[in-house]
Design a protein around this ligand. Structure first.
Ligand code: NAD
Length: 495
């Protein structure tokens, strides 16, 4: 009987955190706390990796043998179950992650939308193709499922992002062992119940409750045919290393970003400021696609920064069900909030200039104000993902410098240009290294009807969303004739 969930119950660093009781979690259990209140929301036993995988292996042949149309029918029923449970699921997501209810509702709508997108994607990316070569036979390409896939999810969108892998995996004929984040297990469990109520068997989609150690054991398990991961680059790299000696296993890694947003000449400064604020602070900056680095042309700097600051000052930070609705909630836990405030102080002490300070709004709970810091004079800017409401500003003089600054990262998830001419955008698009590149739109909320993934430390060239289908089935090429037919015309002695 020991473990304390890090940060959420930590009273050591701040003895004034009395509102949150010290909670002792028995070994073998996971407890989920509400970030906005500190209250215990859910507790459950950790799963058994061997058992889950063995059960999945037994379930796979029957799931794969069903007609494709049956699997699609079951997945469409899943969408209906989510529609029926929309309020309950959104409420759970909001409570467990701390995000505002309007945002949690949007996440549930995305889950539903993923179903039809994935049905289309399966047909578009992995459909059957045939080419009649006359006497040489028919050349065909069809796709087969991999088998048992592990889906590992992050906490920030605990329903939508796992669904981005679970739904296409099941459609393609795989069975799934889904390990939700240890910070959002209740949302994961509720989501899985919708699959089960729709008729997907509890063996074909299993939930494995556990932390990183369970994730490690799952990805390394011999009975797993592949891993579809969404989370931090740190964990993604560990998974990649673990599976380096297993080239036969499919590994799709959707990881973090240190995303640049460049603002160039535009008369629409108010719109540019709104794009910056929405890109940087939606979800309290806990989006993989959030703008982390704002790169601004010097001549626009004062006007733009003034408007960005003014807008950020108006942001309501609050609990999910507050009225009026907050723009953003807390970050996921106290440890994360502590890490972010420490990072802000580090940037300040390294030569950064605070435009808007990061303030801890509540002693006991992880509510942070949105923060803006000019790091133009910071000599060595850390190229890490600061996963919270913090945007770093860099001032540049010419467009080449802006592009170089945008590319000064090992990550490559999203980049956006606001303002500029079509020629600027063409140069930006051609020279910036990222998997999603936008013009005059926020970095966040990419379309699930397109591939979403990154390069560098952001992904391994197996994007999710529309192209997730590619990671869920492998192509089989065949040449087929209904009777054997061959004559050898060269290199034989006379008969
Ligand atoms: P995380 O990496 O801490 O955890 C993600 C999942 O991986 C969890 O289920 C966790 O238990 C598991 N895990 C952790 N270490 C592991 C290991 N060594 N082996 C196997 N499994 C392991 O991520 P998080 O903090 O929950 O989520 C936030 C991160 O996710 C951010 O970096 C964000 O950018 C990223 N993210 C990326 C995308 C994308 O589409 N590219 C989308 C959302 C979030």
């Amino acid at each position: 009987m020991v473990t304390i969930i890090p940060g959420r119950t930590d009273t050591k660093r701040n003895p004034n955190r009395q509102r949150i009781k010290q909670v002792t979690v028995p070994i073998g259990e996971i407890v989920s706390f509400e970030p906005a209140t500190g209250a215990e929301l859910w507790r459950g036993k950790v799963g058994d990796v061997d058992e889950c995988v063995a059960r999945a292996r037994r379930a796979w042949p029957a799931w794969a043998a069903q007609p494709h149309s049956t699997r699609i029918e079951l997945i469409r029923r899943f969408a209906n179950e989510v529609r029926k449970e929309a309020d309950k699921l959104a409420t759970m997501i909001a409570r467990e992650t701390g995000k505002p209810m309007w945002e949690a509702r949007g996440e549930v709508e995305s889950v539903v939308a993923r179903v039809e997108i994935s049905v289309r994607a399966y047909a578009d990316r992995t459909s059957q193709r045939k080419h009649d070569n006359g006497l040489s036979g028919v050349a065909s390409v069809r796709h087969k499922p991999h088998g048992v896939l592990a889906v590992l999810g992050p906490y920030n969108m605990p329903a939508d992002l796992p669904c981005g892998h679970i739904v296409p995996a099941l459609i393609a004929g795989n069975v799934v062992v889904f390990k939700p984040s240890e910070k959002a297990p209740a949302s994961g469990e509720l989501l899985a119940r919708c699959f089960h109520r729709a008729g997907v068997s509890a063996a074909a989609l299993q939930v494995l409750i556990g932390g990183p150690a369970h994730g490690q054991a799952l990805v390394a398990h011999d009975g797993i045919d592949g891993v579809l991961f969404t989370g931090s680059s740190h964990a993604g790299i560990a998974i990649n290393r673990k599976l380096a000696a297993n080239p036969g296993k499919i590994v799709a890694l959707e990881m973090g970003g240190n995303n640049p947003l460049v603002v160039w000449d535009t008369p629409k400064i108010a719109d540019a400021a709104a794009i910056v604020v929405q890109s940087a602070f939606t979800g309290a900056g806990q989006r993989c696609t959030a703008a982390r680095r704002l790169i601004v042309k010097s001549s626009l700097y004062d006007g733009l920064i003034e408007q960005v600051k003014r807008l950020a000052d108006r942001i309501i930070v609050g609990a999910p069900f507050d009225d009026p609705s907050p723009f953003m909630g807390p970050v996921i836990d106290n440890q994360t909030a502590d890490g972010l405030t420490e990072s802000f102080v580090y940037l300040l002490s390294s030569g950064g200039r605070a435009i808007k300070h990061m303030v801890r709004l509540n002693e006991d709970l992880p509510f942070l104000s949105p923060a803006i810091i000019d790091v133009t004079k910071v000599a060595e800017r850390p190229d890490i993902e600061l996963f919270g409401p913090l945007v770093q500003v860099v001032r540049v003089d010419d467009f080449d410098e802006a592009i170089a600054e945008a590319n000064a990262t090992r990550f490559g998830l999203v980049a956006a240009l606001v303002g500029g001419t079509p020629e600027h955008y063409n140069r930006f698009w051609a020279n910036v290294r990222a998997g999603v590149i936008n013009w005059n739109r926020p970095t966040i909320n990419p379309s699930a009807a397109a591939p979403i993934g990154g390069v560098g430390l952001s992904g391994n060239h197996r994007p999710a969303a529309f192209y997730a289908a590619d990671s869920c089935a492998y192509p089989v090429a065949s040449i087929e004739l209904n009777q054997p037919r061959l004559g050898i015309g060269i290199g034989l002695r006379d008969d």
